[in-house]
Design a protein around this ligand. Structure first.
Ligand SMILES: NC(=O)c1ccc[n+]([C@@H]2O[C@H](COP(=O)([O-])OP(=O)(O)OC[C@H]3O[C@@H](n4cnc5c(N)ncnc54)[C@H](O)[C@@H]3O)[C@@H](O)[C@H]2O)c1
Ligand SMILES: N[C@@H](CCC=O)C(=O)O
Length: 538
């Protein structure tokens, strides 16, 4: 194996599916995966694939409800707790495994994902309803997370802190892993986020019980297979499917859960944050909580912007993966001077989007489940009362029976309207008129969330102002507000969008480490190996 520590981390490049060779390769992989629909999959606890004690459930294809992706296990609370115990057992040795050895496991896992990329895409197209490109971007992001965190773990191990020397004493900070914890992930980036949240703590010596979202268990199961293949020691990674409360909440409450990494809705996140802050009986530490929640992101278009480009990027940002991204542009705040022209362009481009089954690579596919359909359709009804419907507004008429909704644009929405304030998490965007730049930035900042934002202008002074005053975790100038790249655009938001832990950034792994300040005063006449002291955490 090449010494990857010497290579610079690079983002994985997406396939170009307009190339017929790539399109055919993805279609072939889909055919193969579809011939494997309907199988049963197990939990993965302590290196063993095992059945659940609380029954099974099915994962359906949202693009065609007659198709079952597979049958998955419902773990009991006792099994979930057993997985946590096994994770603690594994921690005893994993915490002392060298960073280099840990990184080797990760680099191997990234290589297996690379090898199985089209297959993983195919499962995701089928289980989550992503288009080819959206699925490929998700799989590439997972590879990036694994690779990036492995490199980061090596960097941390090399020593990070610059400390002052104090009168002959030697001072060093040692970063220690914190223990066994729980990772609870959403369905919308069913591979990337599941993988990233599980592998980050592991990279720096912790162990994990990972619970996928009930709509996309196959994507988590694939990663269990991959980590089993690369021989990750038993118990370091455990995969437990099951009920939100039975598995998820009970694990979050467990007195031995050292950390909770959660990505999902604001409601569940705030609930878990409260649980994490309570010290359960027998608990011997404060739980670490990483909480990445929703957004109500805006694209602000100023009067001097390139409107054609802004319209193209708005449509991508609002309707990519049916708007089911925490980063989606669900508001467009347009300067009054260009409002009508921009609206017309966005409406035209929205109406041109093809809606249909993800296996046929439609740009706009199905949303995830019936609950999502009900929620989105109820917001569309609210939007019809609050503003003017310009495109979409109803269930899409498609060949297959799935959860299809037309990409929808509303105009003349007031900044305080419900569809301008609440996360819809579907293919709906709302136009709001601003008087000027001041007004636009004020409206953009006037929500409870602060996740992503885009600003379009060609005026350097205005851009500079947006960079300073537009308060979001990820701000993009003259491009869409979705699609952050690991290592390049560390991702996360503040206010009620979360703890801004910045997944895919240099700060992230510290959430799973305990820094220990150490000072060595060399005794007279004793020859210390100061280099060893410096690298005591190797
Ligand atoms: N900020 C980010 O990085 C980010 C990324 C992706 C998605 N999201 C957000 O996620 C949401 C969509 O995902 P979702 O529908 O899966 O969210 P969700 O909150 O319904 O579920 C997320 C996870 O929590 C589990 N869960 C639900 N109730 C639980 C409970 N009481 N205790 C423990 N676990 C519980 C679910 O099974 C799932 O695994 C959106 O709000 C979106 O904005 C945020
Ligand atoms: N990181 C993704 C969003 C994740 C949430 O859904 C993006 O940048 O678009």
């Amino acid at each position: 194996m090449p010494d990857q520590t010497l290579e610079k981390y690079k983002n994985e490049t997406y396939f170009d599916f307009s190339d017929p060779t790539n399109d055919k390769a993805q279609k072939d992989a889909l055919e193969e995966v579809r011939s494997n629909f309907g199988k049963e999959y197990d939990l993965y606890i302590n290196g063993q694939f095992v059945k659940g004690d609380a029954g099974t459930f099915e994962s359906k294809n949202p693009s065609d409800l007659s198709e079952t992706i597979g049958t998955f296990q419902m773990a009991s609370k006792e099994q979930a707790f057993d997985a946590l115990d096994k994770a603690w057992d594994a921690f005893e040795t994993w915490q002392h495994v060298s960073a280099k050895k840990r990184a080797e496991y990760l680099f191997k896992a990234a290589d297996v994902v690379r090898r199985r990329r089209l297959e993983i895409n195919a499962w995701m197209i089928s289980e989550a309803g992503k288009s080819y490109l959206e699925a490929d971007a998700d799989t590439c992001e997972a590879i990036d997370f694994i690779d990036y965190y492995a490199h980061e773990a090596l960097r941390i191990d090399d020593g990070m802190d610059v400390l002052s020397e104090t009168w002959g004493d030697y001072n060093r900070t040692i970063y220690m892993p914190i223990g066994a914890g729980v990772s609870i992930s959403p369905w919308n980036f069913p591979f990337a986020i599941f993988v990233g949240m599980a592998i980050a703590p592991i990279a720096v010596g912790n162990t994990v019980v990972a619970k996928p979202a009930p709509d996309t268990p196959k994507m988590g199961q694939l990663f269990a297979e991959i980590l089993d293949e690369v021989g990750l020691p038993a118990g370091v990674f455990n995969f437990v499917t099951g009920g939100d409360i039975e598995v998820g909440e009970n694990l979050a409450k467990h007195p031995n859960t050292r950390f909770i990494t959660f990505t999902g809705s604001k409601g569940v996140g705030l609930h878990l944050n409260k649980i994490a802050s309570e010290v359960a009986e027998g608990q011997k530490f404060l739980k670490r909580m990483v909480c990445e929640l929703g957004g109500k992101n805006a694209t602000v278009v100023d009067e001097d912007a390139d409107l054609e480009s802004a319209a193209t990027e708005i449509v991508k940002g609002a309707f990519g993966f049916q708007g089911q991204k925490c980063s989606a542009s669900s508001r467009v705040i347009a300067h009054q001077a260009i409002y009508d022209e921009l609206l017309e362009k966005v409406v035209e481009k929205t109406k041109a989007l093809s809606v249909g089954n993800a296996k046929d690579n439609h740009i706009s596919g199905a949303v995830i489940n019936q609950k999502a359909v009900d929620k989105i359709m109820s917001y569309i009804e609210i939007g019809k009362k609050e503003g003017k419907l310009m495109a979409g507004g109803k269930r899409a008429d498609t060949e297959d029976e799935g959860y299809y909704i037309e990409p929808t644009v509303f105009a003349d929405i007031d900044e305080n309207d419900r569809i301008a304030q609440e996360e819809i998490f579907g293919p709906v965007t709302a136009f709001i008129k601003a008087k000027d730049t001041d007004d636009a930035l004020r409206i953009a900042n006037g929500v409870d969330y602060a996740l992503t934002g885009a600003y379009f202008s060609n005026d350097p002074k205005k851009i500079d102002r947006a960079l300073r005053e537009y308060r979001v975790g990820n701000l993009y100038i003259n491009r869409k507000c979705t699609g952050a790249l690991v290592g390049a655009q560390p991702f996360g938001g503040f206010k009620l969008s979360g703890t801004d832990a910045k997944a895919g950034g240099r700060d992230y792994l510290k959430y799973f480490l305990e820094p220990k300040s150490t000072t060595l005063r060399p005794a007279d006449g004793v020859d210390y190996d100061l280099e060893k002291f410096e690298f005591a955490n190797k």
